[in-house]
Ligand binder design. Structure first.
Ligand code: HEC
Ligand code: HEC
Length: 647
């Protein structure tokens, strides 16, 4: 199998470097090339690794993009989730397995493989409802024969922010000496204490468990969604420790592992940054080298805070490429998957991907009819909202608070897209709300990091025992019984199918499958008259996903949605959230052209791709087109897709 792949790679290269870029469509009506797309919706730029920076000296470096051209950084991150990666980018070929669609990972028995890996060339291969967005979609072969359903990650940043905030509010209650970990003595001081967090001020608090090991199983009795790691008397990780009772363990540290439906232990991934490098490794076989994650001199389990502002624990998952050997331009040459391509995903790429996922617009709200309102009342009466907690408050940033556990991050997004049904226009409409100000002297986009009330999320960020109809038997016969409360937002039509296993084809079915801790609510639903059940479903269906760059939206803040929105002197049609309109150098479309049937049509393909996308900025310019920009290319004028010099 491996030999076949290498032979294929050789053929592609023999053709020409351009043949490697078929999935990009920068061509316009004049190009006469196969890579034409007059809708302008396809990827327009070649793969170029992004250089991680922490100051603004390199134009086109990751921090420069985030602060000086944030919508371009957003679009570049989005493209990293949509790009169909190719052989030249290092897909699939894996030194340990050397296969495509090979079995990977191990389940609890230590033998049975957990998933089919190397099975997709793009995040968008699975997350594609709606297409080209942070949508949900398909099942894939994970842990069990029925598979795992891919959830959407619209509004992703809000989860990362709340996960950190919930941990801070728990720490306030138990970390008596404020050293950012919990000693056995602190756990004992607070033995049996429910760690309560209010989702919004004054709302019923949610219990995240207890800090001590009351049941004597060696694990603090926090809710099973928490990732817990064990530390010594200086707060440093005791490598390999799995229990409070292991030798050398003096306490523990923890993070709310907010992502995933639920795993046997804790959950899947703690932050969005991890949720790029992990799947791009598992599904696409691209190895990430990410100093941000692995920079941990104290060995306390926490890496650095990313450029975007989220603290990154490496402790459960270490990005595959540790950078043991660096080349003269700072790239890791370790090549852990042994396919010859180095630094397949860079720290700067992860800055872009995280920036996009953190700012991915949140789901919208459909038409609020009488039925929807009455359904909402029933949803609360039945007790659904005890787990599906609808509203959450993000605390404003407070970097200087003397109490380290009151130093909140604030709302780290740089914009919000507020999407709801407009009764006058009878359609879903968006409104772009900028969450930054531009410093007039430097041009830096400074995020406000204010507080924010986020309505309609619908989860308590806890795992629950859900009863036999949800249990999932893994390939190795072990049973999964606890799941994270699935968020309600985006749950309407676009949530289909429902449940971690995608086994429910209707909302009614997934509600009836509730049991265990949700039995009382489920019984209330099942015993209600059919009309009342339909009201609840109508309520759930009002939480919608949408195509972010297609729905009409007011993006210039003038309070109206123009029918002919002018960008760079061209009429782009109705006003919508196309990030390209908001770049530092706005995209200029081709405009009215004749198609080959002689019909006048508007071509939305850009005529200034290089300028709009900053392809000539010092950090991004890639003279030889080998995907290594000149600043990190040891041979900037020789095409060498493997390491900048060699093919
Ligand atoms: C083979 C299909 C597939 C591919 C490819 C894939 N995902 Fe996923 N994704 C899933 C499934 C299935 C889950 C749920 C996993 C679980 O809970 O066990 C998921 C979960 C997620 C989540 C968490 C959502 C939540 O609500 O918990 C995020 C974020 C995510 N994926 C992002 C990505 C990104 C970014 C990529 C590309 C780098 C990607 N995924 C590639 C199938 C896929
Ligand atoms: C004890 C907590 C709890 C209660 C109470 C509860 N749920 Fe859930 N709900 C969950 C969990 C956990 C899941 C995820 C199940 C899975 O992993 O498949 C879920 C899943 C769902 C889903 C599927 C979401 C998706 O994206 O697939 C819907 C819809 C839903 N619940 C509606 C309701 C309604 C309506 C009620 C009240 C009648 C209710 N829930 C009560 C915990 C709860």
């Amino acid at each position: 199998m491996k030999r076949t792949i290498l032979a294929m790679a050789a053929m592609l290269l023999a053709a020409s470097p351009l043949a490697a870029q078929l999935s990009e469509r920068p061509g316009n009506s004049q190009s006469g090339t196969p890579d034409t797309d007059l809708s302008g919706l396809s990827l327009k730029t070649p793969r170029v690794r992004v250089v991680h920076t922490e100051d603004l000296t390199l134009e086109g470096g990751s921090l420069w993009l985030q602060l000086m051209d944030p919508f371009l950084a957003f679009k570049m991150g989005k493209d990293l989730t949509q790009r169909e990666f190719e052989i030249e980018h290092g897909v699939f070929v894996d030194g340990n397995f050397g296969e495509i669609s090979n079995l990977k990972g191990t389940l609890e028995d230590g033998v049975t493989a957990a998933i089919t890996g190397n099975d997709q060339v793009s995040c968008g291969g699975c997350h594609n409802l709606p297409y080209r967005d942070a949508g949900g979609g398909t099942n894939f072969s994970k842990h069990s024969g029925v598979g795992r359903n891919a959830p959407h990650f619209f509004g992703g940043g809000i989860f990362d922010m709340l996960a950190w905030q919930i941990r801070q509010k728990m720490m306030q209650q138990i970390d008596d000496n404020r050293d950012n970990w919990i000693s056995l003595a602190e756990a004992a001081n607070h033995a049996g204490q429910d760690l309560l967090v209010e989702p919004t001020p004054g709302a019923t608090p949610i219990s995240y468990g207890r800090p001590d090991d009351g049941d004597g199983d060696g694990r603090p009795d926090l809710n099973s969604i928490f990732l817990i790691w064990y530390v010594d008397s200086s707060g440093a990780v005791v490598d390999g420790a799995k229990s409070l009772n292991d030798p050398g363990v003096a306490g523990y540290n923890f993070a709310l592992e907010v992502w995933g439906w639920g795993e046997k232990e804790n959950n899947l991934n703690t932050t969005l940054r991890i949720f790029y490098w992990d799947p791009i490794l598992a599904h696409t076989g691209l190895d990430a080298y990410d100093p941000t994650m692995i920079d941990d001199p104290e060995h306390d389990g926490w890496g650095a805070v990313s450029n975007a502002g989220i603290p990154q624990p490496w402790i459960e998952h270490i990005p595959p490429d540790l950078g043991n050997n660096l080349n003269s331009v700072g790239l890791s040459v370790d090549d852990p998957d042994g396919d010859g391509v180095i630094s397949e995903i860079t720290e700067g790429d992860l800055d872009m991907a995280e920036w996009y996922m953190l700012n991915a617009p949140r789901p919208g709200r459909g038409r609020i009819t009488q039925f929807v309102r009455r359904g909402e009342e029933e949803f609360f009466k039945m007790g659904c909202a005890e787990c599906h907690v609808m509203d959450w408050q993000i605390e404003p940033a407070d970097d200087l608070n003397p109490d380290i556990h009151k130093r909140y991050l604030g709302d780290l997004r740089f914009f919000d897209l507020d999407v709801r049904f407009d009764p006058e226009d009878q359609r879903l409409e968006g409104r772009l709300i900028k969450l930054y100000s531009v410093d007039p002297s430097t041009g830096i986009h400074v995020r406000h990091r204010n507080g924010a009330l986020i309505e309609g999320i619908g989860t308590d960020f806890r795992k629950h025992e859900m009863g036999p109809d949800f249990y999932q038997m893994h390939f190795d016969g072990t049973m999964l019984r606890e799941f994270r409360t699935a968020p309600i937002w985006g749950n309407g039509a676009s949530g289909f199918p429902w449940g971690h296993d995608g086994l429910s084809m209707t909302l009614d079915d997934v509600i009836r499958r509730h049991g265990g801790e949700a039995k009382a609510a489920r019984d209330a639903y099942v015993s209600a008259p059919g009309t009342v059940q339909e009201l609840v479903q109508a309520y759930l269906r009002s939480f919608l996903l949408y195509s972010t760059d297609q729905i009409p939206a007011d993006i210039d803040g003038d309070g109206v949605i123009s029918d002919s929105f002018i960008v760079a002197g061209k009429d782009t049609g109705y006003e919508r959230f196309n990030p390209e309109w908001l770049f530092r150098v706005p995209g200029e479309i081709e405009g009215m052209v004749m198609n080959h049937w002689g019909e006048p049509i508007r071509s939305d393909q850009l005529v200034n791709i290089a300028d709009a996308y900053g392809l000539n900025l010092a950090g991004l310019v890639d003279t030889d087109g080998d995907t290594f920009p000149d600043v990190i290319d040891e041979c900037p004028t020789t095409y060498g897709y493997k390491d900048g010099c060699n093919n």
